[in-house]
Design a protein around this ligand. Structure first.
Ligand code: GLY
Length: 397
């Protein structure tokens, strides 16, 4: 008993020293070390996988490693992370593994049953095509954009998110993340219909999903007979009125992409408003990793969502390129704090632990008691992306 207490105290002190040291190290040095660790961890993660599945999460208490098939919305993040880590390390084993798994998800290009094709196909094949352009990749991406476009309804002006549940034509804020694929399709093919769908969806979402305080509802349900809004609800958040943390991050990232792809200033203004909501929220903890919902009544005795933090950091780094120096520094400063926290032992798992995932402490769907305080494949993806963005920005300066 006494020995256990001593070990616990030693571990606590080691952890504290690690965290204090991490605060002092220049962020670029910390990021290089974190990326090196990430490469090793993902090499390990690859050894945990059966041939035909993608990693999803890991339950530390029960040591249960959970995978998914290609239809699950997160299937593109593992190949996407492998490609980012390959870009960083030039480790051809990572590229080989990515080529293996892209074959598993390739068939989803014809999936017309989900709005998640942007996540699934653009984070994977979009990146593969960016690194090694090919006719095959282009075909996959064009087919994916066509499949996603079939879910657009012109009367309501939105892409339908889900086919399940009692909703009529539900749109979740997450759907903003799937529009980048459509912009790519117009750039590649010259067919402006993809661009128009993306802009219409973003405009309808801006009008109906956002509240006066610049937080967003999670789900808005439409009646496509005349396009009116039936209801505004939550699915993964605390309450209909609350601000589900990852939803705020998806919205921020989505409108930053809208600005990048259109240069329409209304999207920049909107992204800045969302950024203000997130970065100045009174419930945001000191380490800048938000609780899973900004309005959870259990704060501070509830879970964080490292995935929301990683998405936010990546989006803020891009947003900082489009704003005035003072604002840009504030966005970078916030993103830096997030990255320092995520790189610390509190959030980064040691090699070979955490099922092979990089980050701990994300929350998938707390009200559904699913993926609570666990690693998530998209937390890793946006964390790696944010670190690479930070490195690239420093190299330019
Ligand atoms: N798109 C689902 C989620 O963010 O959990």
């Amino acid at each position: 008993m006494f020995i256990h207490r001593k070990i616990r105290i030693v571990l606590l002190l080691v952890g504290l020293c690690g965290e204090l040291a991490a605060q002092k190290v220049p962020l670029l040095t910390l990021i290089d070390s974190a990326l090196k660790k990430a490469v090793l961890q993902y090499q390990y993660l690859g050894t945990q996988l059966a041939p035909d599945v993608l990693p999803k999460t890991y339950y530390p208490l029960t040591k249960k490693f959970e995978t998914s098939g290609s239809r699950w919305w997160t299937s593109g993040f593992y190949p996407g992370s492998l490609l980012y880590l390959y870009e960083y390390s030039h480790d051809t084993a990572l590229l080989k593994e990515e080529k293996r798994v892209e074959k598993i998800i390739e068939k989803e290009q014809f999936n017309k049953g989900t709005h998640d094709l942007g996540f699934m196909m653009y984070c994977s094949f979009g990146a593969a095509n960016r690194l090694n352009p090919s006719r095959e990749y282009e075909q996959v991406l064009m087919n994916s954009a066509r499949s996603l476009s079939t879910r657009f309804n012109a009367t309501a002006g939105v892409i339908k998110s889900w086919d399940h549940g009692a909703w009529k034509y539900p749109v979740i804020i997450d759907n903003m993340m799937n529009l980048e694929l459509l912009f790519w399709a117009t750039r590649f093919s010259g067919d402006s219909s993809f661009y128009k769908i993306a802009v219409t969806h973003a405009n309808t979402t801006l009008k109906n999903h956002y509240r006066a305080d610049n937080s967003s509802w999670h789900v808005v349900d439409y009646d496509i007979s005349d396009g009116h809004v039936i209801s505004k609800k939550t699915h993964q958040g605390y309450a209909d009125y609350s601000a589900w943390a990852r939803g705020q991050a998806w919205g921020l990232y989505g409108y930053v992409v809208m600005y990048r792809c259109t240069r329409d200033p209304q999207y920049l203004v909107h992204a800045q408003k969302i950024a203000r909501f997130i970065t100045t929220h009174p419930s945001m903890p000191e380490d800048k990793i938000p609780y899973w919902d900004y309005h959870s009544p259990e704060i501070p005795a509830t879970c964080r969502d490292a995935s929301a933090a990683a998405i936010t950091a990546s989006a803020l780094l891009e947003l900082s390129r489009y704003t005035t120096a003072t604002q840009s520094n504030a966005y970078k400063d916030f993103a830096e704090k997030v990255l320092r926290s995520l790189a610390s032992p509190t959030y980064t798992a040691p090699y070979g632990e955490n099922g092979g995932f990089i980050l701990k402490h994300s929350t998938g769907h707390l009200p559904g008691n699913s993926e609570v305080d666990v690693p998530l494949t998209y937390a890793d993806y946006y964390y790696i992306e944010a670190m690479l963005r930070y490195k690239a920005m420093q190299q330019k300066n």
